[in-house]
Write a protein that binds this ligand. Structure first.
Ligand SMILES: [Zn+2]
Ligand SMILES: [Zn+2]
Length: 105
């Protein structure tokens, strides 16, 4: 939703962070604190959530027994489930693709 951000002092795209349920300005990445709870609740009901770019890859997690997003582990040796943090069953080719993407960002 386009709203006035009290940090940039401009009209910017604002989305709700799923974890903290706070409105975040996409221009400065800060929490917008000048919004009424009515606006915030409207955005939540419209599912105007901040989508994390890193969750572009999704795999079947053997631990959760569901498909979840996967991120490279800190040592970049395996792909970790974004929900449970356990190692996911990902092919070596996929792992190297993710390493390449990781370098670019
Ligand atoms: Zn801002
Ligand atoms: Zn999992």
């Amino acid at each position: 939703m386009l709203l006035h951000c009290n940090h940039c002092n401009t009209t910017a795209e604002v989305k709700i962070d799923r974890k903290t349920e706070t409105p975040i300005c996409l221009t400065c990445n800060k929490e917008v604190t000048n919004l009424s709870s009515f606006i915030v609740n409207t955005m939540k009901s419209q599912k105007d959530f901040l989508e994390k770019k890193k969750e572009a890859f999704a795999f079947h997690c053997d631990t959760c027994k569901e498909v979840h997003g996967g991120n490279l582990s800190a040592n970049k040796q395996y792909v970790a489930c974004t929900i449970c943090g356990k190692k996911m069953n990902v092919s070596a080719h996929m792992l190297s693709t993710m390493k390449m993407m990781d370098k670019k960002s």
